[in-house]
Design a protein around this ligand. Structure first.
Ligand SMILES: NC(=O)c1ccc[n+]([C@@H]2O[C@H](COP(=O)([O-])OP(=O)(O)OC[C@H]3O[C@@H](n4cnc5c(N)ncnc54)[C@H](OP(=O)(O)O)[C@@H]3O)[C@@H](O)[C@H]2O)c1
Length: 332
């Protein structure tokens, strides 16, 4: 595809849309041409901040506008599916926030729609495209710690005033879907899909999970411990270890500035140059795939998106967290 500048449309004007759009400004070959919000005032305010020409108070109008090559979706999780599906059906590439959907079944459906329409679809699991994370996994691949046998990953934080979205079942609330997906992705990248999953969690009176502990077991003999929560200031780190040593991503491991390699030759801090907050790396991957005519970004694979949603389905089932619409979209 001979696109000089890829035209992006942004759906929603909340926190993550703001961070993502700021980082898109770091890419010379990207331009945000349109924004859609539920309110025209918000679309206009966002458009003024980022110099975006076309503003809409309806996602569908943006999709039909003919102004964009790729849609970035930054709505709460339950709202992702319908917008992503409509865009893919219209032949517009989609980069959608994590988790792309509430259930694996919905994600499988979106991958199917992407294939039917020969249109690129990617989950915005930005950690996968972070240069530090990629360098750490390249070390793992090289065998510096030997065969990985254990992983520990934690994503827990507390704010005196949590965003209402995180506590609302109707908005896909809870620690697991919002933060737990990162430890799950890290361990999935390190050890693959587990053969057995056990989870416990404590729930709010409204039935969303406030913290969760998971244990994953592999037939190979590997095990992993994963936690996430909204109740405590956790170390927020991730590590993988084998007989020859360990590799550790420090605090806020999903967008780290360095990693730590510990082997028989000692402990070493490995710095990798990064810039911006890190959202432009996933955007660059999407643009590369788009230009190559691919419907899947190699760094953001469909199979991993679906497998992790299957693990999220399983974990939610074990800890008793359900969302409106689950009956329709779980199973199958
Ligand atoms: N990759 C990351 O680092 C990262 C970080 C945070 C969040 N996320 C993901 O991004 C998504 C949004 O999170 P956020 O923190 O940006 O949330 P947020 O600040 O609440 O923003 C969500 C936006 O979605 C729009 N929206 C559409 N339907 C809505 C509804 N029914 N209720 C509320 N808002 C609605 C609103 O924008 P309008 O008013 O313009 O319609 C709202 O501002 C989630 O899926 C989350 O998992 C990713």
């Amino acid at each position: 595809m001979g696109i000089d500048q890829v035209r992006w449309g942004v759906v929603a004007t909340g926190n993550i849309s703001t961070s993502f759009t700021k980082d898109l400004g770091l890419l010379d070959d990207a331009v945000v041409t349109a924004v859609a919000s539920r309110s025209l005032d918000s679309a206009n305010a966002f458009g003024d901040t980022f110099g975006i020409e076309h503003r809409y108070d309806d996602h569908r109008r943006l999709i039909d506008s003919g102004q964009v090559d790729v849609l970035y979706i930054g709505t709460p999780h339950p709202q992702h599916y319908a917008t992503a599906r409509a865009a893919l059906q219209a032949g517009i590439a989609v980069l959608c926030e994590k988790p792309v959907t509430l259930t694996a079944r919905q994600a499988r459906d979106l991958v199917g729609v992407a294939r039917e329409n020969n249109t690129l679809f990617a989950e915005a699991m930005w950690m996968r495209t972070n240069p530090v994370v990629q360098a750490m996994f390249a070390d793992l691949e090289k065998g510096v710690i030997g065969e990985p046998m254990e992983a520990l990953a934690d994503f827990g934080f507390h704010k005196p005033q949590l965003p209402a979205r995180l506590l609302d079942p109707a908005l896909g609330g809870g620690a697991l879907m919002d933060g737990g997906i990162y430890p799950m992705t890290f361990v999935h990248m390190a050890l693959g899909r587990p053969d057995e999953v056990k989870a416990v969690g404590s729930l709010s009176p409204d039935g969303v999970d406030l913290n969760v502990a998971m244990a994953w077991r592999y037939d190979s003999g590997a095990v992993a411990a994963l936690t996430c929560g909204l109740r405590s200031q956790n170390p927020w780190t991730a590590s993988v270890s084998g007989p020859e040593g360990s590799l550790l991503l420090p605090h806020r491991f999903h967008h780290p500035e360095y990693y730590v390699r510990s082997t028989a030759s000692g402990q070493e801090r490995v710095d990798v140059a990064t810039h911006g907050r890190g959202y432009h790396y996933e955007a660059a991957e999407v643009m590369r795939a788009l230009r190559a005519g691919q419907i899947e970004c190699p760094a953001l694979p469909h199979a991993a998106t679906i497998e992790i949603l299957e693990l999220l389905d399983e974990t939610r089932g074990q800890i008793g967290v359900s969302y409106p619409g689950d009956d329709e979209y779980l199973g199958g």
